[in-house]
Ligand binder design. Structure first.
Ligand code: FE2
Length: 323
C-alpha cells in the first residue's frame, strides 16, 4: 500500500533512471530551474511553479490528492477524461476500491506545460550528433507552436470532476515515455536488426504490439521497404510530442537512416521522405501502453491491483519474472 505522493515519486524515480538525458542531464535541468527561480523578482516568485524545482517532468503531476489515501487499487488509462473519472466513482459505488486514477496523457497544469518538457529534445539531438544551435533553434520554434495551441485548451475539465468526486488523480507522461524509449532502445541495441523487416519482427515480439495488431492498430512501415537496411536508428518515443519537421533533413545529414516513433503527422512524413529516411511507426496507444505497463508493474509488485481503461492495453510482466 502506497500513498498518492509515494506512487508519483516512484514514477519520477524510474522516469529519471530511464531518461535519455541521463542523471547528469536531469541535474543540469533542475539547476537551470533553480537559477531561473532565484533570479525572479519577488513579485514574480509567487507565480513560479516550485514543484518544477524537484520534478523534472513538467508534463506529469499530481492533480488531486486527499493526502491520506493508502492506495490498494489503481485505475490507469492512456487518456483519462471526465467520463473515466466518473467511471472510477461509479465502480467505487459498486464496491471497488479505486484509490487513485493514473492518466498517461497530461491534464490540468501538466497539459499546460507540455511544451516545456520538449526542451529535452535538444539533449537527444545533441547526443545523436546534431550541432546544439540547430537543435535549439528548431526545437524553440516547435515549443512555441505547441505552447500557442495549448493556450486555447480547456485544461482542467477532468481535474474539476475529480475534485468534485474526491477521486485522487495523477498523470505520468514523459515519465513512462522514457520507460518505453529505453525499453525499445535496449531491445534494438541487443538484437541489432539488420533490415526493416527484422525491425518489424522485433517489435512484433512485444505483446502490446501483438495485441494492437489484433485490434487493428499494429506497427506500420510509413516509409521505406522491408528489404531496406536500418542503418543508424533514431528512437522517437519520448520528449513531449513530435518534434519539428525541420529536424528530419538534419538527422539524415548526420547519418540517421531510420526513425522508430509512436506516430507521425503528414507534414513530418513528407519531410522524412524528402530526406530519404525509413520510418517505422510502432503505434501510439500500444507504445504508450508499453511505457505505462512498465510503471504499473512496479505498483503491482507492491501489491496494488490495476484496473485498465482509457485505451490502455494492460500487459503485466510481473508474473513472467517470477516464474
Ligand atoms: Fe501519447
Amino acid at each position: 500500500m502506497l500513498t498518492v505522493k509515494q506512487i508519483f515519486d516512484l514514477g519520477i524515480k524510474i522516469g529519471i533512471a530511464s531518461d535519455p538525458r541521463g542523471v547528469q542531464g536531469i541535474k543540469k535541468y533542475l539547476a537551470r530551474q533553480k537559477k531561473e527561480y532565484d533570479d525572479l523578482k519577488p513579485k514574480d516568485k509567487g507565480f513560479f511553479d516550485r514543484e518544477t524545482l524537484t520534478n523534472p517532468f513538467p508534463d506529469s503531476g499530481i492533480h488531486v490528492d486527499d493526502g491520506k489515501s493508502n492506495v490498494k487499487m489503481v485505475m490507469a488509462g492512456i487518456d483519462i477524461n471526465a467520463p473515466e473519472i466518473l467511471l472510477a466513482s461509479q465502480l467505487n459505488e459498486r464496491g471497488k476500491k479505486i484509490g487513485l486514477v493514473i492518466a498517461h496523457h497530461p491534464e490540468g497544469k501538466a497539459l499546460g506545460k507540455l511544451h516545456e518538457v520538449m526542451e529535452m529534445g535538444v539533449d537527444i539531438g545533441m547526443a545523436l550528433g546534431l550541432p546544439v544551435h540547430l537543435a535549439e533553434k528548431i526545437m524553440e520554434e516547435r515549443m512555441r507552436e505547441v505552447a500557442r495551441s495549448l493556450s486555447a485548451a480547456n485544461l482542467y475539465q477532468a481535474v474539476n470532476v475529480a475534485e468534485h468526486l474526491g477521486i485522487n488523480f495523477i498523470n505520468a507522461h514523459t515519465i513512462t515515455d522514457n520507460l518505453v524509449h529505453t525499453f525499445i532502445a535496449n531491445l534494438i541495441a541487443k538484437r541489432q536488426p539488420e533490415t526493416i523487416a527484422d525491425l518489424m519482427d522485433l517489435l512484433m515480439e512485444i505483446p502490446e504490439y501483438q495485441m494492437a495488431k489484433r485490434l487493428g492498430f499494429g506497427p506500420v512501415i510509413f516509409a521505406g521497404t522491408p528489404r531496406n537496411r536500418v542503418g543508424k536508428i533514431m528512437i522517437e518515443m519520448t520528449g513531449g510530442t513530435e518534434p519539428s519537421p525541420k529536424v528530419y533533413p538534419e538527422l539524415s545529414r548526420i547519418g540517421i537512416s531510420t526513425i522508430v516513433g509512436m506516430h507521425m503527422r503528414k507534414e513530418t512524413l513528407e519531410k522524412s521522405n524528402e530526406a530519404q529516411l525509413n520510418v517505422v511507426v510502432a503505434g501510439h496507444m500500444s507504445s504508450d501502453s508499453l511505457g505505462m505497463n512498465l510503471f504499473l508493474d512496479e505498483l503491482e509488485k507492491k501489491g496494488i491491483e490495476i484496473v485498465p481503461c482509457g485505451g490502455l492495453i494492460r500487459v503485466s510482466r510481473v508474473k513472467k519474472g517470477k516464474k
